[in-house]
Write a protein that binds this ligand. Structure first.
Ligand SMILES: Cc1ncc(COP(=O)(O)OP(=O)(O)O)c(N)n1
Ligand SMILES: Cc1ncsc1CCOP(=O)(O)O
Ligand SMILES: [Mg+2]
Length: 499
């Protein structure tokens, strides 16, 4: 049903084919969770072509809407004509319509270029609570666009605004308001509003454990139940639901089937995106194209919890204690190390390889990652878990090319610029220090607690604090309260003598 093949004039043996086509008329969301961007992704996920007429630009992220800029109605009209006059649109879906003028030109175009269905998502307020259209648009919606709509998909606030401000708190409130037989007076007052199908999204219903939507098809009520997903990533669910309905209608499904498919799709997308982390704000986007996820597109994430107690080998210390590198590593893991770095400045390659192989055996048994200081060649040859690189070592971007996506790369940083570059180069963590003066590394510039704070704030990468850390000053490091400061580095000599 999703594709239509027709004979191609003049090309024997071949057929042109077309995809069902939804045109979305909506605002752009720079964060791409909602608006035009969500509509295109939702239609793509449904296997439907989606063209777009942009009615407004929003500067928007997971924190909220920072700015809205409406597109001039003549430009909207021009875009509508370009698409509708040429591209065989099956269904028009509308989202943010910022002015009465835009609604007018939209209605003119829908009348001039009829389509199979019109889906109206009456976007008035963003999920973050920001106003996306002015009061004059309400009249335009009610009197001009809704009479052309095959389905309207308001949330509770929008349904209430369309109904003159009546508050909707329970399913019974909604049923009563939608049913013309139960409330003749209101039905008459809202004759423009409840013209055909209405889907009231009950996501905001107070005291509801489920995500219940009420679908009224002009005759019957359908209560559509779905589990309430406990996730911050709900930005764009309204746009997505309406677009998916439009896509299913474009394929030829009935209105009830389209609504049910759309609800199932949104629920699955939320489930797959429960722990997705994009942005720092309270409302994140979800992953529309989760069904394509089997393609290995991501580098496995380094788990920052490994940085908690970071042990580094020190040859002078080993000589003093009369032990081998692997004995020191074994003792450090017994002492609680969660990651180990072999920092062997004096070892020849052969000796370094041998020590690495022995240490890898020990570390793998304990599930502790083993990194190599400076020497990408040794890490690669021995299949160690990664490397730690300084500012004068090979740049992290190049090391990533050599080591591939799955190896851990740490970079030493003393400044905000270095921290930002480490992130851009694809590093997994930052080592920042010396926080305090150290005797382990000669002529090492001390950055202090302030330097550590600067580096942490400049990057989203996890940071391990390094240099001169001991039981007397560890408290002052912890007290900084920096969210991405994930661990402390100690030289093996200290770790094996209980700190
Ligand atoms: C975790 C961690 N952080 C910083 C360093 C220092 O690395 P670098 O600046 O390359 O100095 P050397 O260790 O090579 O002398 C580190 N090794 N580990
Ligand atoms: C590699 C390195 N670079 C700066 S300090 C240090 C080693 C850890 O320092 P400390 O022995 O003072 O904990
Ligand atoms: Mg180095």
């Amino acid at each position: 049903m999703a594709e239509v093949r027709t004979a191609a004039a003049g090309t024997p043996g071949r057929g042109y084919w077309r995809l069902p086509h939804v045109l979305t008329v909506a605002g752009s969301d720079s964060g791409a969770g909602a608006g035009i961007q969500a509509d295109i992704k939702a239609c793509g996920a449904a296997g439907v072509y989606c063209s777009s007429v942009i009615t407004a630009l929003t500067a928007q992220n997971t924190i909220g809407v920072q700015r809205v800029c409406s597109i001039d109605e003549n430009m909207v009209a021009e875009q509508l004509r370009s698409v509708l006059s040429d591209m065989q649109v099956d269904v028009v879906k509308t989202g943010m319509l910022p002015s009465a003028g835009v609604i007018k030109v939209l209605c003119q175009n829908i009348k001039e270029f009829p389509v199979r269905a019109v889906v109206v998502d009456p976007v008035m307020v963003s999920t973050s609570g920001d106003l996306l259209s002015g009061p004059t648009t309400l009249t335009g919606l009610q009197q001009e666009l809704l009479p052309l709509a095959d389905i309207v998909t308001p949330n509770l606030k929008e349904a209430s605004a369309l109904l003159g401000g009546i508050s909707l708190n329970t399913i019974d409130d909604i049923v009563l308001l939608l049913n013309p037989y139960m409330n003749m007076e209101l039905a008459l007052a809202n004759m423009y509003t409840w013209y055909r199908n209405v889907l009231v999204k009950g996501g905001d219903l107070p005291n509801s454990l489920d995500a219940i939507d009420i679908f009224y098809d002009g005759e019957n009520f359908h209560e559509l139940y779905g589990p309430r997903r406990m996730t911050r990533n709900t930005h764009g669910t309204g746009c997505t639901l309406a677009s998916y309905i439009a896509a299913e209608l474009a394929k030829g499904f009935s209105m009830l089937q389209a609504v049910q498919e759309a609800k199932t799709f949104v629920d699955s997308a939320l489930l797959h995106s429960q722990d997705l982390m994009i942005g720092k704000g309270p409302q994140g986007p979800f992953h529309h194209l989760f069904r394509q996820q089997s393609i290995p597109s991501q580098k496995p994430r380094f788990d920052a919890k490994h940085l908690l107690l970071y042990a580094v080998t020190d040859s002078a210390m080993n000589r003093k204690w009369g032990r081998s590198i692997s004995e020191a590593v074994e003792a450090s893991i017994e002492g609680g190390a969660t990651i180990v770095q072999l920092r062997e400045k004096e070892a020849e390659a052969g000796e370094f390889v041998e020590a690495t192989m022995e240490c890898l055996d020990i570390c793998r048994t304990s599930g502790v990652p083993l990194l190599i200081n400076d020497r990408i060649d040794i890490a690669l040859a021995c299949d160690a878990d990664g490397v730690h690189l300084g500012q004068t070592d090979m740049p992290a971007g190049l090391a990533r090319k050599i080591l591939g996506p799955s190896k851990i790369i740490g970079v030493s940083c003393k400044t905000a610029e270095q921290a930002q570059k480490a992130w851009a180069d694809g590093a997994d963590y930052i080592g920042c220090g010396g926080v305090f003066p150290t005797t382990t590394k000669q002529d090492n510039l001390t950055v202090g607690l302030e330097g550590l704070r600067t580096v942490c704030l400049a990057s989203q990468l996890p940071v391990v604090a390094i240099g001169g850390i001991n039981s007397g000053n560890v408290q002052s490091v912890m007290q900084l309260g920096l969210a991405n400061l994930k661990g402390l580095l100690l030289c093996l000599g200290f770790l094996t003598r209980s700190v």
